[in-house]
Design a protein around this ligand. Structure first.
Ligand SMILES: CC(C)(COP(=O)(O)OP(=O)(O)OC[C@H]1O[C@@H](n2cnc3c(N)ncnc32)[C@H](O)[C@@H]1OP(=O)(O)O)[C@@H](O)C(=O)NCCC(=O)NCCS
Length: 162
């Protein structure tokens, strides 16, 4: 399998959002596999696309490299953010904040009142991202996620009023 180009020359500031396509999944899965220890499968992404969830990618213009992506559902006043991920070599440049803001903008346009998400208790970068964006912890799902050596890890449930 050919590796993704790691010498991404595109400037994140000029990247733009577009809808995720089935044809993006190969590139997305390569990013997903490098970004997460326990990552989504292709089938999960396909289910989200088939379900009509808001699946968006942040990419360089004119078919350039995918830099990050987000997946969210929005219906009857609630949004659920299921995934936000940034290509590892482009992390720490404000791209996840852009993806999150973009998804929340869609949620507002869909008259969402509350946005929810779940995050691993140990995922400090994500917890800081969501806290800084105004998400508050509203609960815990004990042992929700798989963890190394067959263990389980809690999910923190967070919410933000829009
Ligand atoms: C979590 C993740 C999406 C953050 O992406 P990113 O593009 O690096 O984040 P940003 O540069 O937009 O940073 C936004 C905020 O997130 C927090 N943050 C991001 N990386 C961080 C890190 N390594 N340590 C602590 N806080 C961090 C900070 O609050 C930061 O704001 P600041 O720069 O003003 O302090 C990225 O690390 C990632 O893709 N991780 C793997 C997938 C994942 O865990 N997704 C979340 C699932 S719930």
């Amino acid at each position: 399998m050919s590796a993704l180009p790691v010498n991404v020359t595109c400037e994140p500031a000029v990247s733009e959002f577009r809808r995720m396509l089935y044809a993006d999944l190969r590139e997305i899965l390569l990013i997903e596999n490098r970004a997460y220890q326990f990552c989504w499968t292709e089938g999960v992404f396909r289910d989200c696309l088939r379900a009509g969830y808001y699946c968006r990618v942040l990419a360089a213009p004119n078919g350039g490299a995918i830099q990050g992506y987000g997946v969210m559902s929005a219906a009857v006043g609630e949004a659920h953010i299921f995934n936000i991920c940034v290509r590892p070599e482009l992390q720490g440049r404000g791209l996840a904040r852009r993806v999150l803001d973009h998804l929340l903008g869609i949620a507002r346009s869909e008259a969402v009142k509350t946005a929810f998400l779940e995050v691993r208790a140990s995922n400090t970068p994500a917890l800081r991202l969501y806290s800084a964006a105004g998400f508050c912890e509203i609960g815990v799902r004990p042992g929700y996620y798989p963890a190394p050596r067959g263990r389980r890890e809690d999910a923190l449930v967070m919410a933000k009023e829009l």
